[in-house]
Design a binder for this molecule. Structure first.
Ligand code: GLN
Length: 543
């Protein structure tokens, strides 16, 4: 593909995916590579610019992650961030040492607004600092273009060589003008055109898929989640009825979810494809009966999925391609992209390739971040509710029911969860209509612009929320009669990246309303609890 490419060279910092996302938000395509990538390979990729990320090491220590001096001599603009800025200084003849004052958190930053990287940035702005070391002497040819109280070289520049360094992290939202600064580097220094847009991505992929698939048969396991749905629609636009989607309803989906998926992808939906829905709930419940150990439950659900899928695939006969909804964070986290080691190896459809007869895997979303996948989904006309569906674990409600799973318990969680989601969304939307109105923005209640509405949601709006069954029974009284029923737990978290999370501060009266409705409407529940735990130490899911 002949497109602009910026390289993000990974030194093991914690925000590296964020760096890449910010670059792409500036409509410039980028990819993450390890600092171990040979210089010849870097040169061969012909990048428009290079960004060096932060990292945990001290660059002056023996054995610390480093880079070739040549990296700075190729005539390609380089921006070093934190560790990257320190390393650039050290390699080019400056000095880095332990800082007399370490900086962490929001820090006032004074910038030289005449620098091309600070074009349009306020002279007195804020940045996010997180460092123990600092640049104590800049390399020859460099000058300081920003300072903080503790840091004489908070940003440095060698304009002639197009080399820049920020001691702070422009990629995190705590640096309010950070995205602009990165954009300035990309546009003013690298001369990028900003042609990375999702509509052209869609056209390009459709063309590529057609070339690759030819008249072959394609098989896709549809989960109802965002990634597999977007991948499936992309394939259907490219090859139509050559695509068969198998949707395994394992009976552990959210309320009505199976029907919603069928409404979109089934014969009455707008897409041209073969759709097979397998209602396998009974099979799963039998397998899961009496099993309460979380890992065993996960394993059973995963294995059963493969078995069901395999049976269907056999009926279809030999296929040529298997579609997977792998996205870029999966690639990076499995150690193929960057430096953040092998966190976990992702298999979107656990082990499937070993069991099904096919020639090749197609992963059309492999280079996209989640927000880009969503944009592609909207571009393809996939319904808003599906595109913005909350993350949902593969084992589904199976791991939102603590202990053993039964049809009765699944129904309790489904009904409680549906009430919870309905009330939260209604309250958030009500808030948004008023907030928009107060800001002079009119949103049509009968046919709202969902994206606009979402932008006015209250700050307490959780990024993920659901009901779970605690499997604990307790005594209550209802209608003068003793009850001995289940307790439902409500979970709601605010998170940016799902690596850490905090419980959301949903207004009390909304929680009370949810509690009331669940007790009144869901049989078998006599207690509702709110989970306050953050992550760590908790996880977002309960099992
Ligand atoms: N480890 C280096 C320091 O402490 C760089 C930190 C970073 O990149 N965030 O200064």
């Amino acid at each position: 593909m002949d497109k602009e490419l910026v390289l993000v060279i990974d030194f093991g910092g914690q925000y590296n995916q964020l760096v890449a996302r910010r670059v792409r938000e500036n409509n410039v395509y980028c990819e993450i590579y390890s600092y171990r990538t040979p210089i010849d390979q870097i040169r061969a990729m012909n990048p428009k610019g290079i960004i060096l990320t932060g990292g945990p090491a001290s660059c002056y220590e023996e054995g610390a992650a480093s880079c070739d001096k040549e990296l700075f001599e190729m005539g390609v603009p380089v921006l070093g961030l934190c560790y990257g800025a320190q390393l650039m200084s050290l390699v080019l003849g400056g000095n880095v040492e332990k800082a007399p004052v370490r900086e962490y958190g929001h820090t006032a930053l004074k910038v030289d607004t005449s620098s091309p990287v600070f074009d349009g940035v306020k002279e007195n702005t804020t940045c996010w600092m997180s460092h123990n070391d600092y640049i104590s002497r800049i390399a020859p040819g460099f000058r300081s273009i920003a300072t903080t109280d503790a840091c004489p070289y908070a940003a440095i520049a060698n304009d002639a060589q197009k080399l820049y360094g920020f001691q702070y992290h422009p990629e995190v939202l705590h640096t309010p003008e950070g995205t602009k600064m990165l954009g300035n580097f990309l546009y003013n220094v690298c001369g990028c055109a900003g042609d990375w847009k999702m509509d052209s991505f869609v056209q390009e992929q459709i063309k590529l898929i057609r070339e690759k698939v030819g008249s072959g048969k394609v098989l896709c396991a549809l989960s109802g989640g965002v990634d597999s749905s977007v991948a499936a629609v992309l394939l259907s636009k490219a090859v139509g009825k050559q695509l068969t989607c198998v949707f395994v309803d394992h009976g552990l989906l959210r309320k009505d979810e199976g029907d919603q998926v069928e409404a979109v992808f089934g014969p009455d939906g707008p897409y041209d494809l073969n759709f097979i829905r397998v209602n396998a709930a009974e099979r799963y419940y039998v397998k899961l009966a009496g099993i309460s150990e979380p890992e065993r439950k996960r394993k059973i659900i995963g294995e059963e999925f493969i078995r069901v899928f395999e049976e269907e695939a056999k009926k279809i006969g030999r296929v040529d391609f298997l579609v997977q909804g792998t996205i870029y964070p999966d690639v990076v986290e499995s150690g193929l992209g960057g430096e953040s080691a092998v966190i976990k190896s992702h298999h979107n459809v656990g082990g499937l390739p070993d069991h099904v007869d096919f020639k090749e895997i197609i992963e059309p979303l492999r280079n996209l971040f989640k927000d880009e996948v969503r944009k592609v989904g909207l571009e393809l006309g996939i319904p808003d509710q599906l595109v913005f569906r909350q993350p949902f674990p593969g084992p589904g409600l199976g791991i939102r029911i603590i202990g053993d799973v039964s049809a009765e318990k699944v129904k309790i969680v489904q009904d409680s969860d549906a009430i919870y989601r309905e009330e939260i969304e209604a309250a958030a939307n009500e808030y948004a209509y008023e907030a928009a109105g107060a800001a002079g923005v009119k949103i049509d209640r009968a046919n709202p612009d969902h994206a606009l509405l979402r932008s006015y949601w209250p700050s307490w709006m959780p990024d993920q929320y659901f009901a779970a069954l605690t499997n604990m029974r307790s005594v209550g009284v209802m209608g003068d009669e003793r009850t001995y029923d289940f307790a439902v737990a409500l979970r709601a978290v605010k998170t940016v990246d799902f690596m850490t999370a905090e419980s959301a501060q949903i207004p009390y009266e909304i929680l009370m309303k949810v509690m009331n409705r669940i007790i009144n409407e869901v049989r078998g529940v006599n207690r509702v609890l709110y989970d306050l735990t953050s992550k760590p130490p908790g996880t977002v899911e309960l099992e």
